[in-house]
Ligand binder design. Structure first.
Ligand SMILES: C[S@@+](CC[C@H](N)C(=O)[O-])C[C@H]1O[C@@H](n2cnc3c(N)ncnc32)[C@H](O)[C@@H]1O
Length: 229
């Protein structure tokens, strides 16, 4: 017997997802902002917790209180919320191109977010100075029609020397080309000694298992941690 909540979530999160360009994607997220958290909860979305755990492994207790953090492609603020729950109490800025997703992040009690409504592309950098952040966390924001591989350089620009970038992206056939492009960008940045890989792990990003076995599945994700040199 299928679980209707899981079926609805899969329809909205997986099947309705548009692929043509960032404009269409922004409209999609504006439309699904109200149902996003319900849907990802029904699919046991694990990314925010995975990012917060990775960040906790990098920071000493006093750094948790002082790090200036960017939640890049914040969506409704789930990553920021998980970081707060893990003890990160310094400045936290959410950035997203969807007005409605960002608004939900800004409305979350206790986050004290600053919010930036901005579409990050190679031609449209984030309107902030170099070396602003100690940590940039990005859960599911990089991808083919979202934040493109070339924007890795912009993330590095925004980090302080020694700062960390934690990125989660899903593993799927549709994103094969994106992952290849990202590896090329990484290789340039490593060769020019601007960045090093600290950790790279696969994990279960979504999984669902409905009663009666009507619909079961798993979507794998890759969690990468980089450090600016
Ligand atoms: C899969 S959602 C993830 C949201 C959140 N990080 C989470 O883990 O729940 C992707 C988010 O990235 C945002 N996004 C995608 N491309 C973007 C871009 N180029 N600039 C800014 N935000 C972008 C979308 O609006 C959406 O809110």
């Amino acid at each position: 017997m299928a679980d209707p909540d899981v079926d609805v979530a899969l329809q909205r999160i997986e099947k309705d997802y548009p692929c043509s360009d960032v404009k269409e994607m922004t409209i999609y997220y504006d439309q699904c902002a109200q149902t996003y958290e319900l849907d990802v909860a029904n699919l046991n979305y694990a990314t925010p917790r995975a990012i917060a755990e990775a960040a906790s492994n990098l920071a000493l207790d006093d750094q948790k209180r002082t790090w200036n953090i960017l939640d890049l492609a914040s969506g409704t603020g789930l990553v920021g919320e998980a970081l707060r729950k893990s003890g990160f109490s310094g400045e936290l800025t959410a950035l997203d191109c969807s007005k409605n997703m960002l608004q939900a992040a800004m409305n979350k009690p206790g986050l004290n977010n600053a919010g930036i409504l901005h579409t990050l592309t190679v031609d449209s950098p984030v309107p902030l100075p170099d070396s602003t952040f100690d940590l940039i966390a990005c859960g599911g924001g990089f991808g083919k029609d979202a934040i493109t591989a070339k924007c890795f350089q912009e993330v590095i620009r925004l980090l302080k020397v020694g700062g960390f970038f934690i990125k989660s992206s899903r593993i799927s056939d549709q994103l094969k080309e994106f992952h290849k492009e990202f590896e090329e960008e990484l290789s340039h940045l490593e060769t020019s000694q601007r960045v090093k890989v600290v950790a790279s792990d696969m994990y279960s990003q979504y999984h669902w298992n409905t009663s009666g076995g009507g619909s079961t599945g798993i979507v794998s994700g890759k969690l990468d941690v980089y450090q600016k040199l």
